[in-house]
Structure formats: C-alpha cells, structure tokens
Design a binder for this molecule. Sequence first.
Ligand code: UDP
Length: 237
Amino acid sequence: MNKDSVEILGFGVNSYNKEQALEYILENSGIVVTINPEMISYAKNHSDFANIIKNADLVIPDGIGIEIGLKILGNNIKRIPGIDFGLSLIKEVSKTGEGIAFIGAKPTIADKAVENLKKEIPNLNVVYCHDGYFKDEQAVINDICDSNPKLILAALGSPKQEFFINELKKRLPDAILIGLGGSFDVWSGQVQRAPKIYQKLGLEWLYRTIKEPQRIKRIFPTLPLFVLNVVKERCIK
Ligand code: UDP
C-alpha cells in the first residue's frame, strides 16, 4: 500500500479518485482489491486473506458501506465501483493492444461478456477466457501465464478471486490483477445492473437484494456490525 491511503478497521484504503487510481495502477501494476465490508469482516478471522488486502498494490472503496464507514471516520472519499474500474482498465489496456485474461462466472458467461465488450472496445485483445468453475487451479494458472496477459480480470467472488490473483501474481509480477465479483454476469447481459438512480444514491445493494433476496444473508448482520465497529473506532480515535 502506498502513502495515499486512509485506515478503516486496520485496513488501508487508497484515497485516490477513479482517474488517479487508474493512473497509479497502470504505472505500477500489481493487485487491485475492491474492498467492501464483507471482505473486512472475513479478513478479521482469516489472516491469510487479511495479508492479501494489506499487501495489495491498490485498494479501492467498492460500495456505499466503505464510503459511509470512511465518512464516519472523517474521510470524504467517494466509492469506485469495481465494475466501473474494471471496464476503465480494459479500455486503457486495450489502447496499447496488450493482452487481457478473463476468468470467472458460469460457463458461456465470460464468452458472452467478451463478445459484448468487443462491440464497445474493438481493440480488445483477449488472450485467455475461461469460466470460474474449474477443478485444476494449477492448470488454469499455467494456461493464463502462457498467454502472458497484461491485465487479469478474475470474477470468482470473494475471497476466492483474491486468493487466486495472489497466486497468479507470483508468476506474473508485471501484470495488473483485479477481482471483479459478479461483473461478467452484468457484461454478459445475464444480470441487469441497478438503474442509474440507485447507483447515484449508493443503493445498488438494495436493488440487488430485491432482485436476489438470498443476498440478504450477506448484508445482515455484516453491514450493521461493520458500521458499529467503525463507530467504536471513531470513539477511541
Ligand atoms: N463464481 C465463480 N466461481 C466460483 C464461485 C463463483 O466463477 O467458484 C462466480 C459467480 O458465477 C459470479 C461471481 O463469481 O459470477 C460472484 O458474484 P457475486 O455476485 O457473488 O459477487 P459480488 O459482485 O457480490 O462481489
């Protein structure tokens, strides 16, 4: 983690806006973590995961939970949705023609996502594309390395995607690696992103929970506990 960061519950989050974050990672490469309260809560009990976040080259605040938490701690930092950051990375890397690897989501979804992205970004150079339900991780890692991508997009859900890109970075030290959750589902057209008004109000989580009620388990009790812990941190500061 570089110096332009603030702390939340023991984890550093970069204070860059989206353009600065893009510029930084394109210049320096490495692991990008799109952090949210669920990840912080998981990291509290899993030191191997906590270390990945702590050693990431860039940590961006993905979602309203982190934005609110940072605000409680006195830091006015706007969230950068991972899906938007991922798309900007694809566009930037495509300008140079360097290779991009897509790994994640259910079979055919990644292919469909690539097909749709190519309509918008004709220079997109896809050197590897695979679904996220593989058995032999080492074989997938070998194949990705052989394809020598500049950018690796892993949409495997957290924490699986962060453990995966952490392994991959050992073999591809000059690449940019990012975990992107359900982004391929959206790019493929399989899942609708929340309407702009929800995005603007920071209520994407509400829209997704209405559409997929089983996600409620991911919000409660994690989100209220996260806010409570941030308030406690604020009080002892
Ligand atoms: N996924 C995967 N491999 C797995 C488990 C999940 O590729 O072993 C994919 C899943 O199909 C979905 C994404 O990971 O496309 C996780 O999406 P989720 O909505 O959970 O992520 P979020 O956007 O909430 O971080």
